[in-house]
Design a protein around this ligand. Structure first.
Ligand SMILES: Cc1ncc(COP(=O)(O)O)c(C=O)c1O
Length: 475
């Protein structure tokens, strides 16, 4: 273990046995009626007291820890986020775009990116990602799509990418894509929510920070041992102003940051900084043994992706949802399921850790055996999608705000403007984005997705065959 300025200062503070006449009202856990284990944690739920620095104007331990974070990731400046990658995405978009700005955006972005574009009033140009047959998921934009978009919209203010995918798929052309955008003097903002561990060791794919991205947001809580909501934002460029990012973070985040979260972010930074070559070898060896063991389970197939922390489990003839149900009956909880598979996020173990892989393997075997007793169910899905590679909204966010919305039968929705997102999984690419025109082609695609059994997320009422549209058509 190395130096952890926030953690160490909190422990010193605790050892002084401080009496609380301040917020939070649970008084170091004394008044809580929650179970004992919760109270133990609440003892450290401090606020910005003397000696514990000021989150929004750090000069002491938070400043020191954030400098250590920037050094660990090789960034010019890094920030601890207590509102998840969601707030990081909002802040980096606010810091780079203003109302009416053209912005190139990967279409399968997280909702926080769409919210950021809407809040800023940007003028997004959506770039449709490629389909990956191996993982059966939507992945990244191609170089050609970007080149075409740069030709069509040379004045765009930023390129917003999501990398890696939730499933751990890496874009082999990420570096070239960043360089293409830079050649057009465009900053590249990367939502790297699923890649906070990439910098731990060469075992992992390169972080977009290491290949030239200007601003990168990472959910430390997703893959590192940090508390939920704990994230990082790194700036490494003069194309993005850290001063502006900082100003927006002050506006967008709470004025009462959780010190438990801050401590866990400080600790997670130390965790990857001290993740040695031997730890990496141990992780890879342990993982390999686990995967080899899983591969011996009859009827189970394992798909490995570029990120070794991710693993896909499939049982032919059954959906991922059915497999997930059986796994959960055995007490094994994956990250998510889709029509094809269950996604596991493996633990980033160090040599000192033992994780009960052998026991888990037994339970997974039982789950698969239980599943095989059910009749096979999986319908073959045609995942092909022919969304335009590059598209725009039919109206501005400002105009959208001036119109109410209404539910309409989707048979009557052609030509209307969608007031909500409709995202079929698979492929996980939004079919309708708020502000886009509803076309016959897309409605036909929706019917195909529904017939294929895809899960449809977003604002819709498909059980009543209804879509949410803007009340009056905007000419
Ligand atoms: C790609 C991506 N970006 C951003 C987020 C939001 O992250 P957070 O939960 O840290 O706010 C998520 C959450 O799942 C995500 O998958």
């Amino acid at each position: 273990m190395g130096k952890r300025p926030i953690v160490e200062r909190m422990v010193q503070f605790y050892e002084k046995k401080p009496v609380s006449f301040h917020v939070p009202g649970h008084k170091h856990g004394l008044l809580t009626e929650l179970p004992r284990a919760f109270r133990d944690v609440m003892r450290f739920d401090y606020t910005e007291l003397s000696g514990l620095d000021d989150y929004h104007h750090p000069e002491d331990v938070i400043e020191e820890a954030q400098v250590m974070l920037a050094n660990a990731y090789g960034a010019d400046q890094s920030f601890f986020l207590v509102n998840g990658s969601t707030v990081g995405n909002l802040a980096m978009v606010y810091a780079t775009c203003t109302e009416g700005d053209l912005v190139l955006v990967q279409r399968n972005a997280h909702k926080s990116i769409f919210h950021a574009l809407q809040l800023v009033g940007a003028n997004p140009v959506f770039l449709t990602p490629e389909w990956d047959g191996k993982t059966e998921t939507a992945t990244h934009i191609s170089k050609d799509t970007l080149k075409n978009a740069l030709n069509m919209y040379p004045g765009a203010k930023a390129l917003i990418l999501t990398h890696p995918t939730y499933y751990g798929v890496i874009n082999p052309f990420m570096k070239e894509i960043i360089e293409l955008a830079h050649a057009s003097n465009m900053p590249v903002l990367v939502d790297e929510a699923h890649g906070a561990h990439f910098s731990a060791n060469e075992t992992f794919p390169a972080s977009s920070l290491d290949i030239g991205a200007d601003a990168v947001v990472q959910s430390a809580h997703k893959t590192l041992p940090a508390l939920t909501m704990g994230s990082y934002l790194h700036i490494q460029s003069n194309r993005v102003s850290s001063k502006k990012v900082n100003a927006y973070l002050r506006m967008l985040q709470t004025s009462s940051p959780s010190y438990l979260l801050l401590a866990s972010l400080d600790d997670a930074r130390d965790y990857i900084e001290t993740f040695s070559k031997e730890d990496a070898n141990y992780f890879i060896r342990t993982r390999e043994q686990f995967v080899n063991g899983l591969n011996l389970i009859k009827n189970l197939s394992i798909v490995e992706v570029e990120d070794p922390l991710k693993l896909l489990l499939r049982v032919n003839g059954y959906s991922g949802f059915e497999l997930q149900k059986k796994l959960e009956e055995q007490g094994v909880y994956g990250e998510l399921a889709d029509m094809t598979q269950v996604l596991f996020i493996l633990p980033l173990v160090k040599r000192k850790h033992t994780f009960p892989f052998a026991d888990i393997r037994v339970r997974i075997k039982l789950a698969v055996e239980q599943l095989m007793k059910q009749p096979k169910s999986k319908i073959q899905i045609d995942y092909t999608h022919d969304l335009e590679a590059i598209s725009r909204l039919a109206t501005s966010y400002k105009e959208m705000d001036e119109h109410d919305s209404e539910w309409i039968l989707y048979s009557k929705a052609v030509g209307r403007i969608s007031a909500g997102m409709v995202i079929p999984y698979p492929p996980g690419i939004p079919l309708f984005i708020r502000g886009e025109k509803i076309t016959t082609n897309k409605l036909e695609m929706l019917a195909d997705y529904l017939a294929s059994g895809a899960t449809i997320q977003g604002e819709h009422d498909l059980s009543r065959k209804q879509l949410l549209v803007l009340k009056e058509e905007i000419k």
